[in-house]
Ligand binder design. Sequence first.
Ligand code: TRP
Ligand code: SF4
Length: 326
Amino acid sequence: MKRVLSGMRPTGRLHIGHYFGALKNWVKLQDEHECFYFVADWHALTTNYENPEDIIELRRELLLDWLSVGLSPDKCTMFVQSKNIYHAELNLLLSMITPVGWLERCPTYKELKQEVSDKDLSNLGFLGYPVLQTADIVMYSADFVPVGVDQMPHLEISREVVRRFHHLYSTDVFVEPKGLLTETPKIPGLDGRKMSKSYGNAITLSEDLKEVETKLKRMKTDTNRMRKTDPGNPEICPVFDYHKVFSTEEERGYITEGCTTAGIGCMECKKILIKHVMELLEPIQDRRKHYEAEISNADEFLAESQKRANDEAAAMMERVRSAIRI
Ligand code: TRP
Ligand code: SF4
């Protein structure tokens, strides 16, 4: 069995973009491999060090989102990064051998530093983000790391750090991790832009279902289709992008035919979509309610799973220390 590891920063409730882009795959992987999924709360601090106060609540929110889609600590190891101090030790040791140039050249670092103007990102922790991420991954000898394309440069740094460590200390303690790209069609936000909480165009997994229905009914369509009698073009319609992930081949055929010949109206098209979105969200929200009632303290709930992770990390650190002989 291969080892899989991935993490998310606790930054707010997850939306259906996260579901199709990551979580759906995580759920599948937990039945096929030995999986580790963790809350990367220290990583959240690299950019949000000024506001650590909501982190406890955000951690619980993230955990509830994970459980609601069907992840389970009975099937995988779920834990919190900051509750495993070994990640900090390994981060420190790896930082000794990571050339600063590799980090400065990292595209995510360069881009965010340019884009973000409301925060000072000239801190060491932000520059070292990929080093901490490497520690997270190699601690558990993960073979595969399911991530989005944007994370691939980090994975490349991880692989290079591993090689350098092995070379410097004549050892092979670590496994070189491989990125596992999730192949799903992108699901845009309700306004056609990228789905993002900050644009206010997202559908979160825990959103009130009536609210979801209203939002979908109001969603932008092919803007050239002003009246029901105008033919439309599904290929430039954000609603159709949703049909690509939610609906069946047959339904898409029916819609394409109806839309391009002005045979069906946008409301009918949206009703098909709404049915599917409800079918996805209802069981997720039922599960969430169940866990919300059950979990008051996320740390307590995760205690056993966290211990599994921490014990594993302790054993790895023994090996790492003896490789460096210090
Ligand atoms: N950088 C990842 C993200 O923003 C989160 C993360 C932290 C992670 N450590 C990781 C992902 C280790 C995979 C493996 O999505
Ligand atoms: Fe978009 Fe559907 Fe309307 Fe066509 S019928 S424009 S695909 S919402």
